[in-house]
Design a protein around this ligand. Structure first.
Ligand SMILES: Cc1cc2nc3c(=O)[nH]c(=O)nc-3n(C[C@H](O)[C@H](O)[C@H](O)COP(=O)(O)OP(=O)(O)OC[C@H]3O[C@@H](n4cnc5c(N)ncnc54)[C@H](O)[C@@H]3O)c2cc1C
Length: 287
């Protein structure tokens, strides 16, 4: 199918982008990498009057590390994350996850802000930002605000973004030496959206786990922080027994539903298996 006709504007800076959005309201749609939006336009799931192309708003690009925190501009491409030594050093979870996002051609165009705004429940980056306990920086008609990732993802393709608002960056604390991270997903083919996935971070206190953030994706309507499984791990060593207890408690943490790829029961099974794989790998010191 072809999209409905639309006008096109390419603002030179953030102020102009927000002004255009304010002028057109819900009839205007931002386009960043276009890797999700163009498909929805072509299928006529979305028919905006005007596309506001933020690709020229250079102030939205780039990765900065300062004072122990990492800031990734909304327009930073997946490819830039993949190539960044700062991401490898300070956010190894993202470094590990990004290679699983689609294929190189899509990673050359897709952006951090687009992935977070689109909020596909099977997407890797929203799960990583939640596991990193990050914040989403938003600009809009009322100025700038920050929302914790835990409050940003509301449901299926639904976020806290209001009318006229744009994501400008994501921020999170750089990993210190006491954090261990692991990531894995199960997909029919490498680069496909996951049938189930896990982004995991453990803060160690000697041999004990001080804090565990296990975030599952493609097993619910948004990235899911498994608080029960995290509780099973907290204060204990990372052993075969604690890993099995965490996997078992997913029955109450997750409520997957059937989708095109697998049944709810299969997704729960995959999530348990990912828990074993990722935590066993962390226990082995592979990450
Ligand atoms: C074949 C294929 C396979 C894919 N596989 C995966 C996969 O395995 N995992 C995965 O995570 N993704 C996958 N994707 C999606 C890809 O990662 C997209 O690039 C990403 O989801 C959206 O980024 P984008 O910059 O292209 O956003 P766009 O397509 O430009 O925009 C997506 C939505 O976000 C909005 N938006 C964009 N930027 C902003 C902003 N700064 N502020 C507010 N709203 C904004 C747009 O208005 C639009 O509604 C796949 C895509 C394709 C085509």
């Amino acid at each position: 199918m072809k999209p409905s006709p639309f006008a096109y504007a390419k603002p030179a800076d953030l102020a102009e982008a927000l002004r255009l959005k304010a002028d057109h309201g819900d009839d205007g749609t931002f386009i960043a990498g276009g890797q999700s939006l163009v498909a929805t336009l072509n299928m006529r799931l979305s028919s905006p009057d005007i596309l506001i192309d933020i690709g020229g708003v250079t102030e939205l690009s780039g990765i900065e590390v300062s004072d122990g925190s990492v800031r990734i501009g909304a327009l930073t491409r997946h490819r830039d994350l993949e190539d960044s030594p700062d991401i490898k050093t300070h956010a190894p979870l993202i470094a590990e996850a990004i290679a699983q996002v689609a294929h190189p051609a899509i990673r050359n165009r897709g952006t951090m802000g687009g992935s977070i705004a689109f909020a596909d429940p099977a997407a890797e980056l929203p799960a990583c930002i939640l596991a990193l306990d990050g914040a989403i920086e938003i600009a809009g008609p009322d100025g700038r605000r920050k929302v914790a990732a835990g409050n940003f993802f509301k449901g299926l393709y639904d976020t806290d973004l209001g009318t006229g608002e744009m994501i400008t960056a994501v921020e999170f604390a750089a990993d210190s030496d006491d954090w261990r991270t692991g990531f894995d997903e199960l997909a029919r083919r490498h680069g496909d959206y996951a049938m189930a996935g896990l982004a995991a971070r453990l803060r160690m206190d000697g041999d004990s786990i001080a804090e565990a953030r296990l975030v599952y994706f493609a097993v619910g309507d948004k990235p899911m922080l498994a608080t029960g499984a995290g509780g099973e791990l907290a204060g204990k060593p990372l052993s075969a027994e604690t890993i099995e207890a965490a996997a078992a408690s997913l029955d109450s943490d997750l409520e997957p539903f059937d989708d095109l790829h697998s049944s709810a029961a299969m997704k729960l099974h995959l999530a348990r298996e990912l828990t074993r794989r990722v935590l066993t790998k962390i226990a082995g010191g592979a990450q």
